[in-house]
Write a protein that binds this ligand. Structure first.
Ligand SMILES: Nc1ncnc2c1ncn2[C@@H]1O[C@H](COP(=O)(O)OP(=O)(O)OP(=O)(O)O)[C@@H](O)[C@H]1O
Length: 274
């Protein structure tokens, strides 16, 4: 089956008020493909991702519709089955890598413990497997990195370590929620490069971003969300070349304007320093 994830008519609402937040969202994610979910802040992107992993608290939210992973209905799965899927088959990468780590323990300790929590493996083998995972992310001086504390590393480094950890159990779906938003341009491009390689290796990538540039660099297809609804969908090429909805055009124009301003600021900077 090439379809890894199938989301159909997903609705998320607030339990207390009954207010709908995500409305009838449907999409499918194939093996080796990347689907970008784009939309302004508050459009329901993160809640959609959390619903897939069943991370929304049922005291706060109602979730209905269907979410199937390799044919298995996740909305009906037991919590035990979900624990086996989370991290192992479906991994998630979040926006702020610093929050993924305990500041009081070294990266090596945390990686080793994570591996040992999922596998029956000795500490020494878990450590070596952690080093190899970092090497796979093309991180430099991996032994030294294992001895570092999170606060000693840049956001970009940490995000690449998060990705290394996310793929350690060889998941076939990665949900990346704004994986590059908190990073500088250089680190953004390195993280995008790593994600591109994962996609090429056959992983299905669900990429949440408000940045059309990131979507263009990585995704094959995209959904544009607004106020909880999918208002436009298609291949990245088609949506960029001929957006149908006024809202998509506005987002695209805002992106072009931002890039022009960035370039202008950089040029001004050059002139001032000459
Ligand atoms: N715990 C909550 N209780 C009430 N409303 C919530 C809760 N969590 C999210 N919301 C609301 O649901 C809507 C969608 O939130 P969501 O985090 O999915 O947006 P998003 O598109 O991911 O935005 P961003 O890009 O800012 O992360 C927002 O209006 C948000 O205020």
């Amino acid at each position: 089956m090439s379809e890894l994830l199938q989301v159909e008519s997903l609705c998320i609402g607030l339990k207390q008020t009954g207010k709908p937040i995500v409305k009838q969202v449907s999409f499918a994610l194939r093996k080796g493909a990347a689907l970008a979910v784009v939309g302004e802040s508050g459009s329901g992107k993160t809640l959609t991702c959390k619903a897939i992993l069943r991370l929304l608290h049922d005291r706060t939210f109602t979730v209905s519709g269907s979410i199937r992973y390799r044919g298995q209905e996740l909305l009906a799965a037991s919590e035990r089955d979900m624990r086996a899927l989370r991290g192992n088959r479906i991994a998630m990468i979040v926006q702020h890598p610093m929050m993924a780590f305990d500041p009081t323990a070294t990266i090596g300790t945390q990686i080793t413990e994570t591996i040992m929590a999922h596998r029956r493996i000795s500490k020494r083998d878990a450590y070596s497997s952690g080093v190899r995972a970092l090497e796979r992310m093309n991180l430099p001086r991996c032994e030294q990195l294992m001895n570092s504390y999170p606060s000693e590393l840049s956001g970009g480094m940490l995000q690449r370590i998060v990705i290394a950890l996310a793929i350690i159990h060889e998941p076939d779906v990665i949900i990346a929620d704004e994986p590059t938003t908190a990073l500088d341009v250089r680190n953004q491009s390195m993280v995008l490069q790593e994600l591109k390689q994962l996609k090429q290796s056959g992983i299905g990538l669900l990429l949440v971003t408000h940045d059309f540039g990131v979507a263009a660099g990585l995704a094959d297809e995209m959904l544009v969300m607004r106020e909880g609804e999918v208002i436009e969908r298609g291949t990245v090429h088609d949506v960029f070349a001929a957006p149908r909805e006024a809202y998509t055009k506005e987002l695209l124009e805002a992106r072009i304007l931002m890039r022009k301003e960035d370039r202008h600021d950089r040029d001004e900077g050059c002139i001032q320093t000459v």
